[in-house]
Design a binder for this molecule. Sequence first.
Ligand SMILES: [Zn+2]
Ligand SMILES: [Zn+2]
Length: 205
Amino acid sequence: MNSNNVEESVLENAIRFHGHKCPGLAAGIRVSKVVLRELGKPARDEEMVAIVENSSCGVDAIQLLTGCTFGKGNLVFRDFGKSVYTFINRETNKALRISLEKDAFDTDEEHRNLFAKVRDKTATEAQRELFTQKHMKKSDEILNMPEEKLMTIEQVEPEPVQKARIHESLDCVVCNEPVMETRVKLLNGDVHCIPCFEELTGNNS
Ligand SMILES: [Zn+2]
Ligand SMILES: [Zn+2]
């Protein structure tokens, strides 16, 4: 089907994990390939850290392929709304900052209009179909595009990122469920979990 840059099995695994094929996922796969090539094999533990500046589709490919995952704590989310990803190999002390080129994601007006209709569920069956076709074509374009057209890769100084720590748990006096000590809220000296604290105080900041 496609693709000079990405093996079919890698693409299939990523689609299975993410749930669908889309341009964002395609870009995440391309970013991950650069990271594995430049920084080494996927992280089994915390030897590699990813700092992602968005929480969109591409981050799923990054978690799957680089081993920098939410659960291991070596995926740091900075909510900047930017298509920028920084990876640090703690063993070699090498770090890369990868930013995606916005031109790579350009779509024609028809594609954008269709996307809007699909999103607010006003698209007809035929419009949906056409949108899917265009979306798949864009995804394939991103999978196959020359690296320098898709992203800017810079080597940067690795910033210190704290390793995930193990914390004690304390029991909430209301629901009795254990809470990581750093997330406990005290009310008259009693330990509360955040949901119980917010329910009691009406405070959900
Ligand atoms: Zn997606
Ligand atoms: Zn509670």
